[in-house]
Design a protein around this ligand. Structure first.
Ligand SMILES: [Zn+2]
Length: 500
């Protein structure tokens, strides 16, 4: 007796349809699962057998063979428990086979028959829809995540019994009540930061042109506060971007019934001591790392000079290519990693330089501290800005109206619009990505602006790379002001950002 249904395996952030085939024949009683499966998948036989037994269904003393096809894709995890149980139920005529045709089934079984949520539901439902399937049966806890995809019926089941009842028409699953406040939590606002006008300006320019940013200042000066407000001034994600990011979080198992889709741009701030695998992704079956979880948002690394040299090295590629390729025995895959990089550092190892009363570092200490950040990483950071400790007068300032995120967001939106129009049909979207060969074409200078940057270059204040960087920054500053030409003021502001 043979029957087959559909499920899906994960490959990076994509799901691949998998046929779950079962055959029950006469012979020595056995239960085998084959088809390039991991130990965890093979363990499904014990979970399935026990869960069925606890529903009062005993497996016949026959030879049961389960095959997960195609065999060239490695299958891992517990997501195949429920489809394996379903295919057996269909063969044993406990459910009508027609009820699970053109259906994708995913879910982990507990011994008592309850269904646990699994990661990667969202890309699986997307794969089911594009494969022309009619419905998906998923764990109840994954219901909201799955229902984010329109145009395919989603059924959430909490137990094996509910699955059986649903297939026999005895049960119509209730729609779980959606948490209305999900994703609407308050975002931090720039108006919470007192003073620091220059730093806020740098954050605006960074967001507007997707220029990576390095903040340098003593502890407590507001570097982290600035960084975690940057995602809030970027334009809201489009529906396509929200889906892209939600798929990543689904694969990482980070979506919950309270947060079934990611609507806000991510802000990831891992500790600088994290492992290369946590940073870049990986594992036996590669999963996303911090750089991928920051996709379409901000990756913030505090204390950048203290980060292991190896990690800094790993960051180089993604900062350039906006994606990362991971090869493992379980297969190679590519994860997206298009993020705005914001880093912070103290001005010296103790953090108090240039306050000579408190700083205890020698000049050599300070130099070697700076040298820990490799040149290739610095080359990828367009903006470097000092975040000074707040003056007492600023701290006690009566000024009640600080610039808000809403105002900054409007300015960023203007710049985004200009760049979108300018780079239409090209392989990049932002001023920060402008290749040197195209800089002159898109950065049109007024005569006085041209004189100013030539002067800076001739006085050796700028290298050739710095020259391009100033032009790209000035392009963004002009875009924020909705100006086609780059003026002297734009160049002189760009020159302030310690670009060499
Ligand atoms: Zn110091």
């Amino acid at each position: 007796m043979y029957f087959s249904i559909l499920s899906a395996a994960l490959n990076g952030v994509e799901a691949v349809p998998v046929f779950v085939e079962a055959d029950i024949s006469d012979g020595m009683p056995s239960f085998t699962i084959v088809g390039s499966v991991s130990t965890q998948v093979r363990e499904a036989q014990d979970r399935v057998r026990t869960a069925l037994k606890n529903q009062g269904i005993f497996l016949p003393p026959k030879r049961i063979t389960i095959n997960l096809a195609p065999a060239d894709i490695r299958k891992d995890g517990s997501r195949f428990d429920l489809p394996i149980a379903a295919v057996i139920l269909a063969i044993l005529a406990k459910i009508p086979p027609g009820s699970i045709e053109e259906t994708m089934i995913l879910g982990e079984l507990r011994l008592d028959g309850r269904v646990n949520p699994v990661s990667g539901i969202l890309p699986s439902v997307i794969a089911a829809k594009s494969g022309g399937l009619k419905k998906c049966i998923v764990p109840r806890d994954n219901y909201f995540e799955a229902s984010a995809i329109k145009g395919i019926e989603v059924i959430g089941v909490a137990s094996l019994e509910e699955l059986t009842d649903y297939c026999c028409g005895r049960f119509s699953p209730e729609t779980p009540v959606c948490n209305e406040t999900a994703g609407k939590e308050l975002q931090p606002d720039f108006s919470d930061i007192k003073g620091q006008e220059a730093v806020k300006r740098a954050a605006l320019i960074s967001a507007a042109g997707f220029h990576n940013l390095l903040l340098s200042g003593p502890p407590g000066s507001g570097k982290s506060m600035t960084a975690n407000r940057i995602p809030g001034i970027l334009p809201e994600m489009t529906e396509k971007e929200q889906q892209e990011v939600s798929v990543i979080y689904s694969v990482a198992g980070l979506l919950t019934p309270d947060m079934p889709v990611i609507t806000h741009r991510p802000f990831r701030a891992p500790h600088h001591t994290l492992s290369p695998q946590a940073l870049c992704g990986g594992g036996r079956i590669p999963g996303p790392g911090e750089i991928t979880l920051a996709h379409r948002g901000v990756l913030f690394i505090d204390e950048l000079p203290l980060m292991a040299a190896k990690n800094l090295e790993y960051l180089r590629g993604p900062l350039e290519d906006r994606k990362i390729r991971i090869s493992r025995s379980g297969g190679a895959c590519t994860f997206p990693a298009d993020f705005l990089f914001v880093a912070a550092m103290n001005p010296c190892p103790c953090g108090f330089y240039p306050n000579t009363d408190r700083c205890t570092c020698t000049e050599k200490d300070i130099r070697s501290y700076y040298n820990r950040i490799s040149q290739p990483i610095l080359d990828r950071i367009d903006l470097r800005v000092d975040v000074p400790a707040l003056k007492f007068s600023e701290l006690k300032s009566k000024k009640t109206k600080e610039i808000s995120s809403a105002i900054l967001r409007e300015k960023v939106a203007v710049a985004f619009e200009k760049q979108k129009e300018r780079y239409k049909g090209l392989s990049f979207c932002f001023n920060s990505e402008l290749p040197p060969a195209l800089v002159d074409r898109y950065c049109v200078l007024t005569k006085s602006a041209g004189d100013l940057i030539r002067n800076a270059y001739e006085k050796q204040l700028l290298s050739a790379r710095g020259y391009h960087r100033v032009l790209k920054l000035a392009r963004t500053i002009a875009d924020i002001e909705d100006s086609h030409e780059i003026t002297e003021e734009h160049i002189s502001e760009a020159l302030c950002f310690k670009v060499k």
